[in-house]
Design a protein around this ligand. Structure first.
Ligand code: G3P
Ligand code: CA
Length: 300
């Protein structure tokens, strides 16, 4: 894995509702290196490809099952069977309080007919396309909220590892990168569950970057928030924190999230973001909602 990799973040989610099978097929056709799956268990232990433990900001659950919310007002994936989840319509991400879609210029909320799907269904799509096209595009699953699943009496990690093994993803050579924000859980995956997969430690909070040496004892890479790589802008040029160079010294790959052409924040253009992080900061890959744009930048 020496070249910079492009990871379709929740699929080609800049163009189609996130984590739909359609957004995965679109990302596949763009020739990305990896397609991401965030994983949450259903009531009957089926890993569902969805970003949150909640359903109400990407589906019509509040209309279809108005009486199934918890005391906090949220609808949880884990309270619904796979068959029930299949009846929901997936919508472009929106704020459940206002009903307004989060990224205004993306796919219009409520149009089309998109459904939730299982991890196995997505693996079969990608492996099927790998056979029919002759390509070898990888998967990049994430174990979501392991502590929440444990409290609910669920073994998300064990279920995901078994599925990965059943579909032939067992070692670093098998074109699968497994990621998790929870450091204890990722370490458990390596040390206790003896996984030989390529493991990426996601980093949410900047203080966690102090633990890099420890991460290197069980992980092969890190997935930081891109802002943890940026230091300050001097005369129009970004300077960088030591995160990428320290990680590289420890042999860790660096795959920051999330490259969004329609939410630039620190940057004036998407080209500036890609040039700054992929070239000047020398990261090893990017999670992006716009894989076609990152691929075309890297080809240049
Ligand atoms: O998993 C890395 C990337 O996806 C960023 O995290 O919150 O979008 O799952 P999130
Ligand atoms: Ca993710």
């Amino acid at each position: 894995m020496d070249e910079k990799i492009v990871i379709a973040h929740r699929g080609a989610s800049g163009y189609l509702p996130e984590h739909t099978i359609e957004s995965k097929a679109m990302a596949y056709a763009m020739n990305v290196d990896f397609i991401e799956q965030d994983l949450v268990l259903s009531k009957d232990n089926v890993p569902i490809v969805i970003h949150d433990i909640y359903l109400d900001d990407v589906t019509d659950v509040a209309t279809k099952f108005p009486n199934r919310k918890r005391k906090d007002g949220r609808f949880y994936v884990i309270d619904f069977t796979f068959n029930e989840l299949k009846t929901l319509q997936v919508l472009e991400r929106f704020n459940p309080k206002t009903g307004k879609q989060v990224y205004r210029k993306r796919y219009p909320k409520g149009k089309g007919n998109f459904k939730l799907h299982s991890f196995q269904e997505e693996i079969e799509l990608i492996q099927g396309l790998n056979i029919s096209t002759g390509k070898n595009i990888g998967i990049y699953p994430e174990i979501k909220a392991p502590e929440f699943h444990q409290k609910e009496g669920k073994q998300l990690t064990e279920i995901v590892l078994k599925i990965l093994s059943d579909y032939g993803y067992k070692t670093q050579k098998d074109n699968c990168i497994l990621q998790c924000f929870d450091a204890k859980e990722l370490e458990r995956i390596r040390v206790t569950l003896k996984s030989e997969l390529f493991l990426v430690q996601l980093i949410e909070f900047t203080e966690e970057t102090k633990n890099l040496k420890h991460f290197a004892t069980y992980a092969d890479g890190i997935g930081p928030w891109y802002k943890q790589i940026l230091d300050k802008k001097v005369n129009g040029k970004w300077t960088f924190t030591s995160l990428v160079s320290n990680a590289h010294k420890l042999g860790l790959k660096v795959h920051p999230y999330t490259f969004r052409a329609d939410a630039l924040e620190e940057f004036s253009t998407f080209d500036e973001m890609m040039q700054t992080l992929l070239i000047e900061a020398n990261v090893d890959g990017a999670f992006t909602d716009f894989p076609d744009k990152v691929l075309s930048f890297l080809q240049k």
